[in-house]
Design a protein around this ligand. Structure first.
Ligand code: PXL
Length: 262
């Protein structure tokens, strides 16, 4: 029996909230086997990133070849790629081995500041989006990718359509950074627009939300759900993860989401 597998490529968060650690915990919570290729290692906690070490492309390639050649994967998920050469590498791999691809286009940090060069954004748009089953930007990332500023659901639908026009099969525009009594995400798959709504919890800027959401989508796709079902199931799982962040206190900064199922 081969278990459902997701290969995740992204950065390490030593604080265990976001990045590769969030991804692997999320896969385990879904009873999906997680494989990981690291692009960057960060010294990080709930307060912030203290240091970062970029791994060279030849070592990223060695990790990929080690796991892909031996174990394979049903779904590939990308997190913090950071450099154009890494985006190009993933695009080439997915082209050679076409499995469903979940792209969380990590372009900004937790404070909303851009952390990649303009040519990286261009590489995401032109090389990775046309290969993606789904892309999952937050609102800052939407603006960097499309030039559109999103302040409401109508504008989120418009932006999601634009992202699909760039070649992604589907786009999930995450509205979590808008204030209001509810948080609304918009999913466009080129045919229909699906709104996902959840109450706004009294917790400020929890850490690991985006990575955990995209990883839960990847896990559900590996388990065989359709795209819309996978996003809906991942959204439900995320609400539990956020309730966990609300219920506990770890460190002195942004609270980590709780990746395990209650
Ligand atoms: O925000 C997404 C993200 C992705 N990857 C790594 C991170 C973070 C946020 O902290 O640390 C490694």
């Amino acid at each position: 029996m081969i278990p459902p597998r997701v290969l995740t490529i992204g950065g390490s968060d030593s604080g265990g909230s976001a990045g590769i650690q969030a991804d692997l915990k999320t896969y385990t919570a879904h009873h999906v086997f997680g494989l990981s290729v690291l692009t960057i290692v960060t010294a990080q906690n709930t307060v912030g990133v203290q240091a970062a070490h970029l791994l060279p492309l030849d070592f990223i390639t060695a990790q990929w070849n080690a796991v892909w050649g031996d174990m394979g994967a049903d779904v590939i998920k990308t997190g913090l790629l950071g450099r154009r050469e890494v985006v190009e590498f993933v695009a080439a791999q997915v082209q050679a081995n076409p499995v469903p691809l979940v792209v969380d286009p990590v372009l900004v940090n937790g404070q909303g500041q851009l952390i990649v060069a303009p040519d990286v954004i261009e590489a995401y748009r032109t090389l990775l989006f046309p290969l993606a089953h789904i892309v999952t930007p937050n609102l800052d990332e939407v603006t960097h990718l499309t030039g559109l500023v999103v302040t409401n659901v109508t504008e989120a639908c418009h932006a999601a359509t634009r992202l699909v026009e760039m070649g992604a099969r589907a786009a999930l525009v995450k509205g979590g950074h808008l204030s209001g009594p509810t948080k609304i995400d918009v999913l466009c798959d080129g045919q229909q627009m699906v709104e996902l709504t959840a109450p706004t919890l009294p917790i400020e800027n929890p850490h690991g939300v985006g990575c955990t959401f995209a990883s839960a989508i990847a896990a559900q796709l590996a388990l065989g759900l359709s795209l819309v079902e996978a996003v809906q199931a991942a959204h439900a799982y995320l609400q539990g993860a956020l309730r966990g962040a609300q219920a506990w206190r770890l460190g002195r900064g942004r609270q980590p989401v709780r990746h395990w199922l209650p």
